[in-house]
Design a protein around this ligand. Structure first.
Ligand SMILES: Cc1cc2nc3c(=O)[nH]c(=O)nc-3n(C[C@H](O)[C@H](O)[C@H](O)COP(=O)(O)OP(=O)(O)OC[C@H]3O[C@@H](n4cnc5c(N)ncnc54)[C@H](O)[C@@H]3O)c2cc1C
Length: 467
């Protein structure tokens, strides 16, 4: 059996590791990655030491069957670390690369090989023999099965009348190389978005000694909530937080009402809303699948800013740094929408924006940086491969731009032998972009490909770490 995996971020690496352990002798895994390093992907390829994981290390092993894996790896190198610690993201990238190397060696010893190809896959071809990948430097190899693990799309910059992200002073993709080094230390900055991407940018700027004011502008002006310190987390023996009863609910409003009630009950019992969110997490894919398109739109419009700030939290140490920056007057948040921008003769950028609940307001800055987060919307471009497969009718995009339409066994509908794993599962599950879910998908997909478990398995993840 020959299995191809396109993309070696967390998802592709996890699938490859399990395939190397599970495929029969004589099989081969071909891993295609456009970047030089495997195991990093967008999230774990950062070299900024202030970019921390947003959950404790104990919840982040590659293999859900060996949940201590990452902590053991850390402790071999940094004996002081424990499962409740938050650590820099780059360490997880190194751990994933090491896991792949170990799986490669173990696979070789039992007759399963890994071929790494550094190339960007731009298209796929298929005939009776199987799939072939196309792109500069791609090998002429026929694959029996192919897994797309191409990950995140670059952010879609917001639009307003006259918006032009190519102009000097505008940064459309903060993940692009080099722009940080061109920002003057005293520059006043407008960051669009106030989620984890914005936090990454603020911390990277602070590490470089930035002294200019930074304003985060977002729909509601909400900061990401913080995780609790280890000392404040509930005793594992304590009674669990209440679980909102979403069984049978197919509308957003009653779901949110029961969630608020459960949070209030949790507070009365000495735990808090974080415990409720953690218990709810495995239920979310099924609940999301019960919502029709209209209800999903309601959620995106009215609930998502609140949801994201409570669900995607920052480590306590990062929250403390942000609080100190705010107290110093260098970091502000504003709620509203950008309406117009204009370059002044002195090179600065004049902004007209509508404050939420207020009138038009003005601001003058040196740079505008788009931190609205990665995209799952194929219409925004960013992946020549996915765009090509979509144009050929092989991939179906979600009507709300949340990703791809993918079957329960992660197969691409109508394309025998083609599978997808990664953040584009958000369209199907909503809760699909983080390691606790992706690692379960990776294990099941690799198991199905190796013939070890039935192809169709439930998509529920294990309960998320309570933190
Ligand atoms: C900044 C950030 C921080 C996060 N922090 C956490 C966290 O703390 N905890 C947590 O649980 N989750 C976190 N997540 C979420 C989660 O871990 C990521 O969503 C996960 O890494 C997704 O991995 P992926 O492999 O699917 O995608 P990606 O990481 O995007 O990797 C995709 C890979 O495919 C390659 N690729 C793409 N197209 C091609 C092509 N055509 N040919 C060849 N190669 C290609 C890319 O170069 C890349 O290496 C974070 C996400 C982000 C973006």
């Amino acid at each position: 059996m020959r299995v191809g995996v396109v993309g070696a971020g967390f998802s592709g690496t996890a699938v490859a590791v399990h395939l190397l352990a599970g495929l029969p002798a004589g099989s081969r895994v071909d891993l295609f990655e456009r970047d030089a390093r495997c195991g990093r992907g967008l999230a774990y390829g950062t070299s900024c030491p202030s970019h921390w994981l947003n959950v404790p290390a104990g919840g982040l092993a590659l293999d859900p069957q060996q949940p201590e894996g990452f902590v053991l790896w850390l402790q071999q190198r940094f004996p002081g670390f424990a499962g409740g610690d938050f650590v820099p993201r780059m360490l997880l990238g190194q751990y994933l690369a090491d896991e792949l190397a170990a799986a490669e060696a173990a696979g070789r010893s039992r007759g399963v090989s890994l071929q790494r190809h550094r190339c960007e896959v731009l298209d796929l071809e298929r005939d009776d023999e199987g799939y072939r990948v196309c792109g500069p430097g791609a090998p002429a190899t026929t694959l029996d099965r192919l897994v797309l693990a191409t990950g995140h799309l670059p952010p879609r910059p917001p639009v307003w009348p006259g918006a032009d992200w190519q102009q000097p002073g505008f940064v459309a993709d903060p993940g692009a190389a080099g722009w940080l080094d061109t920002v003057e230390r005293e520059a006043e900055l407008l960051v669009l978005g106030s989620g984890l991407s914005a936090v990454d940018v603020v911390l990277a700027l602070q590490d470089r000694g930035h002294r200019g004011a930074i304003t985060l502008l977002s729909r509601r002006g909400q900061w990401p909530q913080a995780h609790r310190d280890l000392a404040d987390r509930p005793d594992p023996g304590a009674s669990p937080a209440p679980l909102p009863d979403w069984s049978g609910l197919n509308r957003v409003r009653p779901m949110m009402r029961t969630l608020r009630q459960a949070a209030a009950e949790a507070a009365a019992r000495g735990c808090d809303w974080r415990d409720v969110m953690a218990r709810l997490r495995p239920e979310i894919p099924a609940a999301w699948q019960r919502l029709g398109e209209r209800e999903r739109r309601q959620f995106l419009r009215h609930v998502q800013p609140w949801w994201d700030s409570h669900r995607h939290r920052v480590a306590p140490g990062i929250a403390a740094r942000l609080a100190a920056l705010r107290a110093s007057g260098l970091l502000h948040s504003a709620a509203g929408r950008l309406r117009q921008t204009e370059h002044r003769a002195d090179g600065r950028i004049e902004l007209l924006w509508d404050a939420r609940g207020g009138g038009p307001a003005r601001m003058t800055v040196d740079r505008v940086i788009n931190c609205t987060g990665t995209s799952t919307d194929l219409r925004g471009g960013g992946s020549p491969l996915l765009a090509r497969l979509h144009a050929k009718g092989w991939l179906q995009a979600d009507p709300l731009g949340l990703g791809l339409q993918i079957d329960a066994d992660l197969s691409v509908p109508g394309q025998a032998g083609l599978f997808y794993i990664g953040p584009m599962l958000k369209a199907r599950d909503w809760e699909a972009i983080a390691i606790p879910e992706l690692r379960v998908h990776a294990l099941r997909l690799a198991g199905a490909l190796a013939g070890a478990v039935p192809a169709v398995t439930p998509t529920r993840s294990s309960p998320a770490a309570c933190c």
